[in-house]
Design a protein. Structure first.
Length: 154
C-alpha cells in the first residue's frame, strides 16, 4: 500500500539523493558536487516553511516525491497576493512510473498551494513529464507551464 507524507528535516539525505537522481535522469550530468549546496538549500527552505515536499512510500521506501516552493513576486493585477508557487523535485523511481503517483502528489501540492493562498503555480518540465502536468490543468507558457488557482488569465 502506498502512503503519502510531508518530508521533514530528518529526510534531508533522502531529499538530496532524489534531487540528484532527478537531475541525472534529466541528463544533467555535470562534473560538480552540489550536495553541500543542496543540504544548505533544503535546510533553509524546510525551516522557513517555504518548501512543502511530499514523499510517496511503499514498505517504508520512498518511490516518488514532489514539492511546492513558495516564492514571493511583486503583486500584480493577475497575481494580487504576489504569492507564487514553483513545483519542483518531481521524481518517481523508474519501476513505479505511470501508476498515478506523480499525479496524486501534484494534486496534494495544488491543495497545499490553495491553503497557502497562492495565486498561481509555475514549473519547468521535461518532455516526458509534460503529460501529467497538462492532465492536471497546467498550460504551456513560453518555456514554463502554469496553473492558475484564482484570478484570471493573462
Amino acid at each position: 500500500m502506498i502512503s503519502y507524507r510531508r518530508a521533514e528535516i530528518t529526510d534531508m539525505e533522502l531529499l538530496i539523493q532524489y534531487r540528484i537522481q532527478q537531475l541525472n535522469d534529466e541528463e544533467e550530468h555535470p562534473d560538480i558536487d552540489i550536495r553541500d549546496a543542496l543540504h544548505t538549500w533544503f535546510e533553509r527552505m524546510l525551516c522557513e516553511d517555504r518548501l512543502y515536499q511530499i514523499l510517496a512510500e511503499e514498505d517504508r521506501q520512498v518511490i516518488a516525491c514532489g514539492a511546492l516552493l513558495e516564492v514571493g513576486l511583486p503583486p500584480s493585477f493577475f497575481k494580487p497576493t504576489g504569492k507564487t508557487g514553483y513545483i519542483t523535485n518531481m521524481y518517481t523511481l523508474p519501476a513505479y512510473r505511470r501508476n498515478g503517483y506523480a499525479a496524486k502528489i501534484l494534486q496534494m501540492l495544488k491543495e497545499e498551494a490553495a491553503r497557502r493562498n497562492i495565486d498561481r503555480l509555475l514549473l519547468e518540465t521535461s518532455s516526458w513529464g509534460e503529460t501529467v502536468y497538462r492532465k492536471s490543468g497546467f498550460t504551456p507558457m513560453d518555456w514554463w507551464m502554469q496553473y492558475i488557482l484564482k484570478g484570471g488569465e493573462y
